[in-house]
Write a protein that binds this ligand. Structure first.
Ligand SMILES: [Zn+2]
Length: 80
């Protein structure tokens, strides 16, 4: 019937769309996990401020405490 050509094209588009959505969900999950670590790192110490991702491991949160930047995950430390 007329639905055959439609039936052959629609699933491919749907698969592409699904893959795109899966990639986006994966990115958002990683971002959310990082933000959650940032909030936790921030809450550990009233004088600490999360400043960004760690250059050492790329996963941890760099926390500033006075003149020191320390990673919450890998132990990377640098002094300002
Ligand atoms: Zn790190």
């Amino acid at each position: 019937m007329a639905g055959e050509s439609l039936g052959r094209r629609a699933p491919r588009r749907r698969v592409d769309r699904m893959r795109e959505l899966e990639r986006r969900v994966g990115r958002l999950e990683a971002e959310l996990a990082w933000l959650r670590r940032a909030v936790e790192a921030d809450g550990e110490d009233a004088g600490a401020v999360a400043v960004g991702p760690c250059p050492g491991c790329g996963r941890g949160v760099l926390v500033r405490r006075r003149d020191e930047l320390r990673c919450s995950t890998c132990g990377y430390v640098t002094f300002l």
